[in-house]
Design a protein around this ligand. Structure first.
Ligand SMILES: *Cc1c(COP(=O)(O)O)cnc(C)c1O
Ligand code: SF4
Length: 430
């Protein structure tokens, strides 16, 4: 087999220290560069040579969704906040002073949406188990400590607070026995999802320590890995030193009679184009693993029905299964990235209507909110009233899954908290 062009390149992360140099490629004035640096002092920034060289169009960076996906831009935060940080940077203020000012802004951006830190962490006796979330009966989430970073960061990431160090590592755990022990003690759990960050940032020997014990438990039917590595570093499955071992590990999961579900995050068609991503997909599939795809709908990045239809078609053609379209969560630069709920539903429907039934495995647009996953099924008129038709795809309380309910139409609503119940005095989850 001939090796794709990018093989052999070793992973190396670019961080805020490299930002100045990377931005030399973009036609920015000095003041714009300073303001970009100011945004990057508040929101996380990390990228790598594959993303920079293969995904971004440096001729027209400001019109390029891939640029906005990884590079902070000054419109992502309120101008007065940027003025303040830019002023400090310009005056060469001490690092602690910049961090303190950045933290004030960060805490205005709802860093812990959906009560993640308090609500879903299970207890064993009196002790809560860090790095574990058990929200829906069947599925447990692991946050392995070594997997709490990514090959590049998305500017819209809902876990951004972790990457800037204000959500601390309460969310993570490297006690494999504690994590897997919880699953062993809970026979109702049929699916374990490794998440992060990106678990594929871990080398195979570490990944294996989290996965192998699960293969000894009869009630575990599937192991899922949530990852954006196919988009940001497909070398992980092709040319990295542990690529082969990783594929063999996936194979062992499949050979044990379980489903290895690789939950791939793709935000844009451009991420599906390179030879190496296609080769990586082929290799993962050759292990018997199933790749399902998901992404949030983001203003200025993929808020377009043809974009989604194109992604689903290409994914399907490459043997992947479209799974979720999410609505951007109520955190971080949500004001910049959010799409109104009525518009999100229109985009979903217009994209859905363009693709064959084989792509219509995708669900959404869905909000991962405190009570569960809420899908916007449509905007309808019932009697005299214009309403949103909603449905729980997942809920803490399984009894309310799948039942339609309604909210008053609101053209500005971008999240479940903006909605008021219709034909009832409360929502089913209240
Ligand atoms: C989405 C999600 C899951 C998985 O839900 P599925 O519908 O089975 O994909 C599990 N736990 C949490 C906290 C989630 O947000
Ligand atoms: S890959 Fe996922 S966890 Fe990592 S920055 Fe993007 S959205 Fe966040």
């Amino acid at each position: 087999m001939t090796a794709p062009e990018n093989t052999g390149r070793r992973f190396h992360a670019y961080t805020i220290r490299h930002l100045e140099e990377l931005l030399q490629r973009a036609p920015l004035t000095e003041d714009q560069r300073l303001r970009t640096r100011a945004v990057a002092s508040v929101l996380p920034f990390r990228t790598n040579a594959y993303v920079v060289d293969e995904l971004i169009d440096w001729e027209r960076p400001f019109e390029d969704p891939m640029f906005r996906l990884v590079f902070p831009t000054e419109d992502m935060l309120p101008a007065e906040d940027i003025d303040h940080i830019a002023g400090l940077l310009k005056a060469d203020a001490p690092k602690q002073e910049v961090t303190a000012a950045a933290n004030v802004i960060r805490f205005k951006l709802n860093p812990h949406p959906a009560g993640q830190l308090q609500l879903n962490v299970p207890k064993e006796g009196e002790e809560s188990i860090p790095g574990l979330q058990h929200k829906y009966r069947e599925t447990v989430l692991f946050f392995p400590q070594q997997g709490q970073t990514c090959h590049a960061y998305c500017t819209y990431c809902f876990r951004w607070a972790q990457f800037v160090g204000i959500a601390d590592l309460k969310m993570a755990n490297n006690d494999v026995e504690q994590l897997t022990g919880y699953v062993r003690d809970h026979p109702e759990v049929s699916s374990v999802l490794l998440t992060g960050g990106d678990p594929m940032i871990m080398g195979e020997p570490v990944l294996r320590r989290y996965i192998e014990p699960l293969l000894e438990m009869d009630h575990v039917e599937s192991v899922r890995i949530g990852s954006k590595a196919l988009a940001y570093w497909p070398q992980r499955f092709v040319s990295d030193p542990d690529a082969e071992d990783t594929l063999r590990l996936f194979e062992r999961v499949v050979d044990s009679g379980r489903n290895l579900a690789f939950m791939a995050h793709f935000s844009h068609q451009k991420e599906l184009e390179s030879d190496i991503v296609r080769e990586a997909v082929r290799r993962i599939r050759s292990t018997g693993a199933v790749i399902r795809t998901q992404a949030p709908l983001i203003r200025t990045i993929n808020d377009d029905a043809d974009q989604w239809a194109g992604m689903w078609r290409t994914q399907h053609k490459l043997g992947m299964i479209p799974y979720y379209m999410f609505i951007e969560r109520d955190t971080g630069p949500q004001d910049y990235f959010s799409v109104p709920l009525w518009r999100a539903w229109e985009i979903y429907r217009d994209a859905f209507s363009q693709v064959s039934g084989l792509c219509r495995t995708v669900r959404g647009p869905s909000m991962s909110a405190t009570p569960g996953k809420v899908a916007v099924d449509g905007v309808v008129e019932i009697g005299e009233e214009k309403v949103f038709s909603l449905r729980m795809l997942q809920a803490r309380n399984p009894g309310i899954v799948g039942r339609p309910f309604y909210a008053k139409f609101d053209e500005n609503a971008v999240w479940i908290d903006d909605l008021k119940p219709a034909f009832a005095d409360k929502f089913p989850f209240e």
